[in-house]
Unconditional design. Structure first.
Length: 712
């Protein structure tokens, strides 16, 4: 049985990585052209056959089928050009408008993309109805200009000038006559192909060129090169490197560069219509390297088959950095688009969310904001973080939330959390908004999320299927999280699990891995806390005591031993013990309160989370089991004495180094069981004397200000 030809993806990727690349050295201002030696590409399956000793494999050049397909497409392309050349330009414009209307009606994907783009650009300036009308006009205008371009490419410049006006071309000619090369900044505005036809007409006394992306069909690409060269324009493919471009500029010529498209991972992130966008620094790099002038030009549609080409004055500033020039280019293109918004190419994903690094902390070129523009002035990149459902897990995810917030200056972080733990997130200044989720079915949570301003990304900390369904049904385009439970099909960015076995990993690191996978910098995350000593009353010592554990009795130390510790401490100091817990811990609380008597305030089952936070702030320390209250106290900066038994402090211990953890590692621990099936030996091993010594060691250092750095 014949095997199907396999994909050559791996070899193609390797070949692309070996192509020429332009690298800018910011310290020297030099552009270095890097070119690796090219290797012959063989198909993966043929290479395998060769290793098995079945003889040399044939190079994977164009197959007969692909060559035939290229030829058919090329013939259709030439036929279309011939038909367009035979028809009047105004007729083509009208037909193009009709075809554009059909595309608007039928192409839902591109219509939605255009609607999303115009909303980013003009949502604060136009109503939803005006935005929809703009998108429809854009499709009509785009269809008309594309169809007219098919005829314009075959027309001589003299005939084109009967349909086009040219303004301020003198600004470019002056630079050429002064011996200054020019980098012409172009955009996909109107009939941008006019530049290829008319530039040699007006400034033909110098060499003119354009940097372009080679077409996939080699026959069409050759035809485009041939027709452009007939007008006197030289074409340089981006894949061929930039040595010829630099040589042309040094000779005093001019090069046009389309600069308004998404530049991917190699671009500079700078505002475009107030939203950060990856922008090619190539025009600025070329200008700095060759001391060329930067001039921008745009084409506007002024009527049926009528256009106006407008050139700006030179706008580069002496001493300006590449980043500053790139940012200025975006500002100028934005001004051009505002003149005739329907003329621009809105069906391109200009503000594309990178995959996977949509946080910008690790990009080579980074982010540049022009002077006078602060991060708060940017249009927000909205991130929805679905919090864990348990208080302790939510607190352990705080370092990850902080890393995500700091991952890009325009990040707007909304936390979606169950109502019972939502108040905790008010403690985190990096959180911009909190979305308390109603208890009950899935539908109310989805409805609440859909009523919010559109989110760009959802980051899911819990691994449950329901959480993934929430974000999927809410229509959030990027959904990030671990594979979880039967939910892979609901996510489009899956965070890989830890691959290599090693030391136990704290849960906070697991959350931080999600942030790191999104592009956040997590190598040195600061665990900031408040100065709780300000809240501690100097008149009376208050000690918090949390004797319960919602997970189960296996995590609870003995109530009578807690009471003994309190009595021992009070024998030397007049401390007031504040009991915290849920209604399920009421019986335990009553037992301890009765033993401590007048030195106890029993708040078990009587505090909201807000009240718990306020009362914990007044405590000098907290004596507790492994509980959510333990993590909350650590977040507030309250020192903790924590007793561990069935669980593992290396996994779920309190963050920071200002705490004391008491744990006897018996042969069956950690078992992670809710109830001990044998003799509770892990908790019995923790003695009253150990706990008393731990509490006293913290109390004797009364004036220490607790602060620490959490290292990854």
């Amino acid at each position: 049985m014949r095997k199907r030809p396999c994909s050559n993806f791996r070899d193609i990727t390797r070949a692309k990585s070996e192509s020429k690349e332009l690298e800018y050295r910011g310290d020297t201002g030099h552009i270095i052209l890097v070119e690796a030696t090219r290797r012959q590409i063989y198909p993966a399956r043929s290479s395998f056959a060769q290793r098995r000793g079945r003889g040399p494999a044939a190079p994977h050049c164009d197959t007969a089928a692909s060559a035939m397909l290229d030829s058919v497409v090329y013939l259709l392309y030439r036929a279309g050009l011939a038909i367009a050349a035979a028809l009047p330009l105004r007729f083509l414009f009208a037909v193009g408008q009709f075809l554009g209307s059909c595309a608007w009606l039928l192409s839902g994907k591109y219509r939605r993309l255009a609607e999303c783009n115009v909303a980013i650009a003009f949502a604060n300036e136009k109503s939803p109805r005006e935005l929809r009308r703009l998108v429809r006009r854009h499709f009509r205008r785009l269809g008309a200009n594309l169809l007219c371009s098919a005829k314009l490419t075959a027309m001589p410049p003299e005939e084109i000038l009967q349909h086009a006006e040219v303004e301020n071309i003198e600004a470019m000619a002056r630079e050429f006559r002064a011996g200054v090369p020019v980098v012409l900044v172009l955009s996909h505005l109107g009939t941008w192909e006019l530049f290829a036809q008319l530039m040699p007409k007006f400034v033909g006394f110098v060499r003119n060129a354009s940097v372009y992306q080679k077409l996939g069909n080699r026959l069409i690409d050759a035809h485009v090169r041939r027709t452009r060269s007939q007008t006197g324009l030289e074409l340089f493919g981006r894949q061929d490197g930039f040595d010829p471009v630099i040589e042309l500029l040094r000779s005093g010529g001019g090069v046009g560069v389309l600069s308004d498209q998404h530049a991917g991972d190699h671009g500079l992130w700078t505002p475009f219509f107030g939203r950060l966008a990856s922008t090619s620094p190539l025009p600025g790099l070329l200008a700095k390297r060759t001391r060329a002038a930067l001039i921008a030009a745009g084409v506007y549609t002024t009527g049926p088959a009528r256009w106006r080409m407008v050139f700006t004055e030179r706008f580069d500033q002496p001493g300006a950095s590449v980043a500053a020039l790139t940012s200025r280019i975006n500002e100028i293109i934005e001004q051009q688009i505002r003149v005739a918004p329907e003329d621009w190419f809105w069906v391109h994903n200009r503000w594309k969310t990178p995959q996977p690094n949509f946080l910008l902390g690790r990009y080579k070129r980074g982010v540049h904001l022009p002077p006078g523009l602060s991060p708060s002035d940017l249009k927000p990149f909205r991130i929805l973080i679905r919090s864990s459902n348990w208080l302790g897990d939510a607190v352990m995810s705080v370092p990850a939330v902080r890393a995500i917030k700091n991952g890009r200056p325009d990040a707007h972080v909304t936390i979606a959390a169950p109502m019972k733990i939502a108040p905790m997130w008010k403690l985190i200044p990096e959180v911009d908004a909190i979305l308390p989720l109603p208890n009950g079915s899935l539908i109310p949570a989805v409805s609440l999320q859909r009523r919010q301003p559109a989110f760009d990304v959802a980051i899911l900390f819990p691994n449950s299927l329901r959480v993934a369904l929430e974000s999927w049904l809410s229509g959030i385009p990027r959904r990030v999280g671990y594979r979880g439970h039967c939910r892979k099909w609901l996510l489009n960015q899956i965070v890989p699990e830890r691959r290599k076995a090693g030391p136990l990993e704290h849960h906070s690191l697991r959350f931080l891995r999600i942030a790191r996978d999104c592009g956040a910098e997590t190598s040195n995350v600061e665990h900031r806390i408040s100065n709780v000593q300000v809240a501690v009353s100097p008149e009376r010592l208050k000690i918090g005591l949390c004797p319960g554990a919602e997970y189960g009795p296996a995590k609870r130390w003995f109530p009578e031993r807690f009471a003994e510790v309190a009595k021992e401490i009070n024998a030397q100091s007049s401390a007031q013990w504040i009991l915290f817990g849920t209604e399920k811990d009421a019986a335990i609380g009553d037992q301890i309160a009765a033993a401590i008597s007048d030195h106890c305030v029993n708040r078990i089952g009587h505090t909201t989370l807000d009240q718990l936070i306020n009362e914990l702030r007044e405590c000098r320390l907290l004596l507790t089991n492994d509980t959510g209250t333990m993590h909350l106290a650590a977040l507030l900066g309250v020192p903790v004495v924590a007793i561990f038994g069935s669980t593992e402090p290396a996994l779920t211990g309190p963050l920071g180094n200002a705490h004391i953890i008491l744990r006897h590692h018996v042969e069956c621990s950690p078992c992670f069981l809710r109830e001990c099936p044998i003799d509770f030996r892990c908790m019995k091993a923790v003695t009253t004397e150990e706990v008393v010594d731990a509490v006293r060691s913290i109390l004797t250092d009364k004036f220490q200000i607790w602060n620490w750095r959490f290292q990854i």
